[in-house]
Design a protein around this ligand. Structure first.
Ligand SMILES: Cc1cc2nc3c(=O)[nH]c(=O)nc-3n(C[C@H](O)[C@H](O)[C@H](O)COP(=O)(O)OP(=O)(O)OC[C@H]3O[C@@H](n4cnc5c(N)ncnc54)[C@H](O)[C@@H]3O)c2cc1C
Length: 430
């Protein structure tokens, strides 16, 4: 009988495994794939650093991956862009995150959890579960096709967008307004900014799509484009042809990639924003993407995965110490993770629903009342617990909504196809 079985060895699963193994729990990770394996989600947020310290992987990460000091968002028309640095966030204590090749990052974290004492079974797929009052039985199949059953007191689902338990209990609720499609690949010889700006995630925002450029190593850059699923379908193109066409059509992207060569296959992902109606049951918790996923635009996925896995591991550890507290602890866990996911959902809604106004306000940061610093802090992964951040975010959203009617900030042509409403200084990246 294991204390805890974890489905999935991605960042959520390995984080929880390390914390539980450190706490002396008998923990097993069941991972379908053999690592390293490709995964998307390459740009991290600074607020995961405190968890990396707790796991004891900070030095390994420093050695293996490029730092990320902030980002740049540019209107697709090219008339305006803005760079932000995590050091300038509201009461910032962390100036950097990492840009990671996920195959290596996920393997590093999973190997680490094994070193700390978790049992890790790769190429082991969870097929079904049987829940009883005192534990869970899990049917697994290994790479040779052999089936077996293991038993645990608690089950933590970190199966990612597979959402194993969410599907099992029919809990999954998709966000219809966020049904997006993205195509992406790795390239070499993509133009980089000089100096430390070479580490920034760079985004180019058009009216109906946005692009990312994420430097992964000195040579390699991840490039992707996100649009409505309906827009992708209407293009009637394969992912390869679509990525090539969308890049070629976008002048800033075409310029930055004029010498670039694709060095990976083209991947795609669609219809990915959802949340499960509840994040816990009597004997189980959901963490990471298995709990919910909110659009990739602000690179919050791995941060949310690691944050929720850390909370889930602590919650289960406490429940193992005192079973009577379980129900209260599990409810508290769900509330807290849902609250943080809501912060990003509000942000993402503003980005898509008020896209133009969002960009007009975002690309004109002022020091007034430190609003830009608060937005920057949330972009870094600050949960916005402090009232000082909350009210500044409310003011930011107020400006984004009101910008529609009052133009507090200069009007912008976002897309090349759009007419510039008023003359703007050309080429200004502030
Ligand atoms: C287009 C796109 C771009 C993104 N960009 C970013 C970004 O820049 N930054 C960022 O932070 N996030 C980004 N994300 C989100 C990020 O990919 C995820 O949030 C993150 O990987 C979640 O980690 P996880 O551990 O919860 O799940 P995963 O990393 O998906 O791990 C789940 C694991 O569970 C295993 N598994 C699944 N089913 C089973 C089973 N039945 N049995 C055993 N094992 C199983 C899988 O093999 C997998 O290894 C992006 C997502 C998309 C779709």
């Amino acid at each position: 009988m294991y204390d805890v079985a974890i489905i999935g060895g991605g960042p959520a699963g390995s984080t929880a495994a390390t914390i539980l193994a450190r706490a002396g729990r008998r923990v097993v990770v069941l991972e379908r794939e053999k690592f390293p394996r490709f995964h998307i989600g390459e740009s991290l947020l600074p607020f995961s650093t405190q968890t990396f310290d707790r796991l004891g992987v900070r030095e390994k990460l420093d050695r293996a991956f490029l730092p990320k000091f902030g980002g740049e968002i540019m209107a697709a028309s090219g008339v305006r862009g803005v760079k932000f640095y995590f050091k300038d966030g509201f009461q910032s204590q962390r100036d950097r995150a990492y840009q990671v090749t996920r195959s290596e990052f996920d393997k590093l974290l999973l190997d680490h959890s094994r070193e700390i004492g978790a049992e890790v079974r790769e190429e082991t797929e969870v097929k079904s579960m049987d829940f009883a009052d005192d534990g869970v039985k899990i049917d697994i199949v290994d790479s040779a096709g052999a089936r077996s059953t293991i038993a645990c007191r608690y089950l933590l689902d970190c199966s990612g967008r597979q959402t194993l338990l969410g599907s099992f209990f029919k809990l999954k609720k998709t966000y219809d307004h966020l049904q997006k499609f993205s195509v992406f690949a790795h390239y070499e010889k993509v133009e980089r900014l000089p100096g430390r700006d070479a580490t920034l995630i760079r985004m180019v925002r058009g009216l109906d799509r946005w692009f990312w450029l994420i430097p992964l190593t000195e040579a390699r850059t991840s490039v992707g484009v996100v649009m409505d699923t309906a827009t992708f379908r209407a293009a009637k193109l394969s992912p390869e042809a679509a990525l090539e066409k969308f890049i070629a059509e976008q002048p800033i992207m075409a310029e930055r990639m004029k010498d670039a060569t694709r060095v990976s296959e083209v991947y795609s992902a669609g219809d990915y924003s959802y949340r499960n109606a509840t994040l816990h049951g009597d004997r189980w918790l959901l963490a990471g993407d298995a709990a919910g996923f909110i659009d990739p635009v602000f690179s919050s996925g791995v941060f949310l995965a690691i944050m929720s896995a850390e909370k889930a591991a602590d919650t289960i550890d406490e429940a193992l110490r005192d079973e009577h507290k379980r129900s209260r602890l599990f409810r508290k866990y769900s509330r807290s993770v849902n609250r943080i996911m809501d912060i990003y959902l509000t942000f993402v809604n503003a980005w898509y629903r008020r896209g133009k106004e969002f960009l007009e306000v975002f690309l004109n940061p002022t020091d007034t009342m430190q609003i830009a610093a608060a937005v920057n802090a949330v972009l870094a992964g600050n949960e916005g617990r402090q009232f000082a951040i909350k009210w500044r975010m409310w003011v930011f959203y107020f400006f984004v909504s009101a910008q529609r009617f009052f133009a507090f900030c200069p009007r912008l042509a976002i897309d090349t196809a759009e007419k510039v409403p008023s003359p703007q200084p050309a080429g200004a990246t502030s």
